[in-house]
Design a protein. Structure first.
Length: 372
């Protein structure tokens, strides 16, 4: 390359050392092309709408992004951009956000799911250098040489060593502590506070351990993320357990973020400790089933007073399984299932009437079972 790519995306899964990557790329580029805001424009952006109105057309854009939209991918491709992509097991990404920043599961799941949908599309748009968190790239001095070659930079070994030393976990913790001491992250910093230039947050540096989801997430949460991140896992070679099939006589509870939350699709609000509320006129369940004779699907639901009890309409594909049926204030709905010649994943549509015009239906799902 004769000069820097017009657009460089530092795109990363949450918790994948994407901020380390962003700062490393900036340091290498600044050493070669000049100071920030003079010869390089850097910022966070998932969408072109987040870019400033006035940008020096001669200055390359260095963008940190987690879930680049189609518009940003198109802009990078049309502008001859490049991307360096940091990836991590989505289950560990959720666990890392929860452990380091104390965010709740619903927020972390939604953020990671967005990246799982967007990041696999990036290698088809622009040339990509993919860095895997589990390989410890942020702890390997050779990573900076790989980045430099990919971007056409020629930093000296001494410069690479200085950049690497400035970004060790201890060095970053010291820098964050100094920001906090100086009040640079605000008078009452939270996990959402961050430095506008480096994007370091309080508590940003983790322990670097893979597989931490096993000690942070419930089995239901891990299965939920495995299903939602299946496309990401396939694209980048992560081994995810298949969605376990519901067995006759088994009940999967949603309370306490139990295994039943892995069956939730669109139309449900984020699960809480007592289940998951239907948040739209229609909600979707994804229930994996083995081959077998006709059976009964059991849905433990709650439609609390004073909300007018909605009616429930259950269908499988185009087959009506259950006509509009009053939902008990708290009880079990029985949905007859036809015989299944082979293993399948049933997409079950739940349709509930809104309690009042303009209000979402008040219906909470607590458990999913299959008759013995």
């Amino acid at each position: 390359m004769a000069g820097p790519a017009p657009i460089i995306l530092c795109a990363g899964q949450y918790g994948s050392a994407s901020t380390w990557l962003y700062n490393a790329v900036h340091a290498l580029m600044e050493a070669e092309y000049g100071p920030v805001h003079q010869h390089i424009h850097r910022q966070f952006a998932d969408s072109p709408d987040q870019l400033p109105r006035a940008v020096d057309p001669a200055a390359p854009l260095l963008l940190k992004t987690h879930a680049p939209t189609r518009g940003l991918r198109w802009l990078a491709a049309r502008g001859g951009g490049r991307a360096i992509l940091s990836i991590r097991d989505p289950r560990d990404a959720v666990a890392s956000l929860m452990a380091r920043f104390h965010f709740d599961y619903a927020l972390c799941r939604d953020r990671v799911e967005q990246t799982c949908q967007a990041l696999p599309l990036l290698p088809d748009a622009v040339p990509c250098l993919v860095l895997r968190y589990e390989d410890g790239f942020s702890q390997d001095h050779a990573t900076l040489a790989r980045i430099a070659r990919f971007l056409g930079l020629k930093p000296s070994s001494r410069l690479r060593r200085r950049v690497f030393d400035d970004l060790t976990p201890d060095a970053v913790r010291t820098r964050i502590a100094a920001m906090l001491e100086a009040g640079a992250l605000g008078p009452n910093p939270t996990a959402h506070s961050h430095d506008g230039t480096s994007h370091w947050h309080p508590g940003h540096v983790g322990d670097g351990l893979p597989g931490k989801f096993a000690t942070v997430l419930t089995a239901g949460q891990a299965a939920d993320i495995a299903r939602r991140g299946a496309g990401f896992a396939e694209a980048f070679g992560y081994a995810m357990p298949p969605h376990a099939r519901l067995r006759p006589g088994e009940t999967r509870r949603l309370e306490g973020w139990g295994p039943g939350i892995a069956c939730l699709g669109t139309g449900f609000a984020a699960p809480d400790a007592e289940g998951a509320w239907v948040s739209a006129r229609q909600a979707m369940l994804h229930i994996p089933l083995e081959a077998g004779p006709a059976a009964t699907l059991l849905l433990e639901v709650e439609a609390p007073a004073p909300t007018r009890r909605p009616a429930l309409l259950a269908s499988w594909d185009d087959t009506l399984l259950l006509p509009a049926t009053p939902v008990p204030g708290r009880g079990v709905m029985a949905v007859p299932l036809p015989a299944r010649e082979g293993a399948t994943e049933m997409a079950l549509h739940l349709q509930a009437g809104a309690p009042r015009p303009g209000r979402p239906p008040r219906l909470r799902l607590r458990a999913i079972g299959l008759s013995a």
